[in-house]
Design a protein around this ligand. Structure first.
Ligand code: PEP
Ligand code: MG
Length: 325
């Protein structure tokens, strides 16, 4: 099976009726990039930088981060990498950075909230990302955005970092693209406003599903309620993609659902630009993409947007996928 899929390495990800969706990799280290490249990825849609901060005793320096980001950018040979700023808190902790115990860590001190609170740490990371942007196609992305103010504050720190680098005569891409993750229902509902602030969206379905349904993504006891194809989630996806389209910015998906081949008709129907996923699913999704029509997917999406339950949606997807030859 693995061998059969291997022939799709190097094949362009286009549907029979001509829709291209970039199939990018989620990585968290340089080592994972090697795996991704072998699996046929040519882009990185999500570089989870928090793993650079884990399993050590202090924060990584600007230089340490720069070297990793630069190596990733260079290895991709001018294909894009989306570097996401630190996303700790929630389930991810650092030994050397104490976060006081919280009743609801996923709703707590995490991700962009930490970065905006600790602008010293944030700016160090932004400087490293900016410096790496000189060596390839680097894009920058902020996690867990829930308001326009957060984006504006983050961009202000980015501007400061740029100004410092200019003064130090360090090269970087002045026009680095800046995006936000859409993973909080509030961000979906103000997607049109956020789109005015940024160059791209990436939908994080892992958190979005958790917050939309009020189902802790780590809690086994309620795992059966964690329903990525819930009608409410589909509506949130549609609002997000429609807003991005109206504002003319690209929209990708980087949560687990992006790598689930069964969900591919949803993304084709919505007309997203990129799917970013674990390396091992890229060829499976590509194989399916090569024989799924976008026009058929659009019709299916119209139907499943009318479904009243997750089960109905799964049934429709299953029937559709069984008929894709
Ligand atoms: C997500 O929430 O979907 C996502 C991609 O981010 P993470 O899984 O790292 O929280
Ligand atoms: Mg997330």
């Amino acid at each position: 099976e693995k061998k059969k899929l291997h022939r799709f390495v190097g094949v362009k990800p286009v549907t029979p009726d001509g829709k291209t969706i970039e199939l990018a990799a989620n990585i968290s280290s340089l080592k994972e990039l090697e795996v991704a490249l072998r699996a046929g990825a040519v882009e990185v849609g999500l570089f989870r930088t928090e793993f650079l901060y884990m399993d050590r005793h202090s924060f990584p320096s600007e230089q340490e981060q720069f070297e990793v980001y630069k190596a990733v950018a260079q290895k991709l040979d001018s294909h894009p990498v989306i570097i996401r700023t630190l996303d700790i808190g929630g389930d991810k902790q650092l030994d050397y950075f104490e976060i006081p115990e919280e009743d609801n860590p996923f709703l707590g001190y995490r991700a962009i909230r930490i970065s905006l609170d600790r602008q010293d740490l944030f700016k160090t990371q932004l400087r490293a990302v900016l410096r790496a942007s000189h060596y390839g196609h680097v894009k920058l992305m902020f996690p867990l955005i829930s308001s326009v103010e957060e984006v504006q504050k983050a961009k202000k720190v980015l501007e400061e970092a740029k100004q410092e680098l200019r003064q130090e005569n360090l090269p970087f891409n002045e026009n680095i693209e800046v995006g936000v993750m859409i993973e909080v229902p509030a961000a979906v509902l103000i997607a049109d406003l956020l789109a005015d602030e940024v160059d791209f969206f990436s939908i994080g379905t892992n958190d979005l599903v958790q917050f939309a349904l009020a189902v802790d993504r780590m809690n086994e006891q309620i795992a059966h309620l964690y329903e990525p194809c819930h009608p409410a989630v589909l509506r949130l996806l549609k609002i997000t993609v429609d807003a991005a389209k109206r504002k003319g910015i690209p929209v990708g998906v980087c949560g687990e659902l992006a790598g689930d081949a069964r969900a591919l008709p949803i993304w084709l129907g919505l007309d997203v630009d990129e799917l970013s996923m674990s390396s091992y699913t890229i060829l499976q999704v590509k194989e399916r993409l090569l024989r799924t029509n976008q026009e058929d997917s659009r019709r299916l999406l119209d139907d499943i947007m009318k479904c009243r339950t997750s089960q109905e949606i799964y049934d429709q997807l299953e029937t559709f996928n069984a008929n894709v030859d």
